[in-house]
Design a protein around this ligand. Structure first.
Ligand SMILES: *Cc1c(COP(=O)(O)O)cnc(C)c1O
Length: 387
């Protein structure tokens, strides 16, 4: 079956007692057993049956199963935010005295996790220019636990050569973990490019209307010990599993993901084309973008629904934001509504000026996440605010 059919019709893990058509929300904590031996088997993971909702819940399992059916992954684990999925995965691979190879071009909290939080536990972050393959090869050594990257960085919109990086890492036995939040997994085949684990903030495209926080670890099974650690060590002991309410809303989001995404990506491309006549636009969907060809090759025909524009100064950016009438001044990505933000003063507001420089986060940049509204209305609002 094709993705849109799977997204809607993938069967429940177990049939519902009443034949409910949409997934029921199992809003409970504990599950009862008729038999002590079966109970012991469930607790020790010899059989797959829910016992306690911190580690398994049928509504969440159903959501994980649909994502597994759509991606062909070996294991999918749902967390209660994108940062939980990222931090739990990195904790599963990290060890003191070892290092993680990554980049300065990362989501703000992911960067802070690497350079502040994990550093306190003796984990070294080796931040390199991931578009420079020699620098990547030089950074990886016997002490490297993983390479971590974002498939399209936010907000620089940099695209690394995933296949080349995976080849370099795999030669040294090192897994590649990719944050693929910015392009939905229904569009890509990152496993074929050599990505071992995808981490996703499902808060974004999956929840759609900005209804709920969530994160996914999509594990292709190429480094089996990592999944065991994520599931039975980190998830159990840190307690950041997805809630059934979030899984319910994100299952509904998954059912409409493809139609929403196609519309948002088409809106984004049209708007980027129109706006590039009047302002500097950075979008991987534009043919003159430095990463356009590589993005096409790696992610297919669409280019996501996030782009940035650059104005002359920070003041001009604030003035632009304050004049918007339809577009919302808010963070989040891939909401149904179009959102605008000045990343340097908000998401990255606590970084020092020299750190912002290393991260290529400019005071002149506005990030736009394009929604589902009529594209002409979005354009009219942005143009009046620019004027
Ligand atoms: C939003 C985002 C995250 C964090 O996700 P949360 O669900 O907010 O915790 C991580 N990576 C990227 C690329 C994001 O856009």
């Amino acid at each position: 079956m094709k993705k849109q059919t799977i997204a809607i019709n993938n069967p429940f893990v177990r049939p519902d007692a009443y034949g409910a058509l949409a997934v029921p929300v199992y809003n409970n904590v504990a599950f009862e057993f008729d038999d002590a031996a079966v109970m012991a088997d469930a607790f020790c993971n010899r059989i797959k049956a829910p016992d306690y909702a911190r580690v398994e819940n049928p509504t969440v399992t159903n959501f994980e199963d649909r994502v597994r059916a759509l991606t062909g992954a070996a294991h999918v684990t749902a967390f209660n935010s994108g940062m939980a999925a990222i931090s739990n995965t990195l904790l599963a691979v990290a060890e003191q005295q070892k290092n993680i190879v990554s980049s300065h071009h990362l989501f703000g909290n992911t960067l802070a996790l690497l350079i502040n939080t994990l550093k306190r536990f003796g984990v070294e972050a080796r931040l390199r220019d991931l578009t420079n393959l020699e620098a990547v090869a030089d950074a990886i050594d016997e002490q490297t636990s993983a390479v971590f990257l974002e498939v399209v960085t936010n907000p620089q919109l940099e695209v690394a050569d995933l296949k080349a990086i995976a080849e370099i890492a795999h030669k040294k036995g090192v897994p590649v973990i990719a944050d693929s939040t910015v392009i939905p997994f229904t569009e890509t085949h990152l496993k074929e490019l050599g990505i071992d684990i995808e981490v996703v903030s499902s808060t974004k495209y999956l929840s759609g209307g900005g209804t709920s926080l969530g994160g996914l670890v999509i594990d292709y099974g190429t480094f089996p010990e990592i999944n065991k650690r994520v599931k039975y060590d980190i998830l159990f002991n840190l307690g950041a599993y997805m809630t059934p309410q979030a899984a319910y809303m994100q299952t509904l989001g998954l059912e409409t993901l493809d139609v929403r995404y196609q519309r948002q990506a088409a809106n984004a491309l049209w708007l980027a084309q129109q706006l590039s006549r009047v302002v500097k636009v950075n979008y991987i969907g534009l043919e003159d973008n430095a990463y356009h060809a590589l993005a096409r090759q790696q992610f297919g025909a669409t280019s996501g629904a996030m782009f940035t524009i650059d104005l002359e100064s920070k003041e001009a950016c604030f003035h632009f934001l304050n004049r918007l009438k339809l577009v919302h001044r808010a963070t989040n990505l891939f909401d149904s509504r179009t959102l605008a933000i000045h990343p340097a003063s908000t998401i990255f507001g606590n970084f020092k000026e020299e750190q912002l420089k290393a991260m290529d986060v400019r005071q002149t940049t506005i990030r736009l996440s394009i929604g589902l509204e009529d594209k002409e209305d979005i354009l009219a609002d942005i143009k009046q605010a620019l004027a």
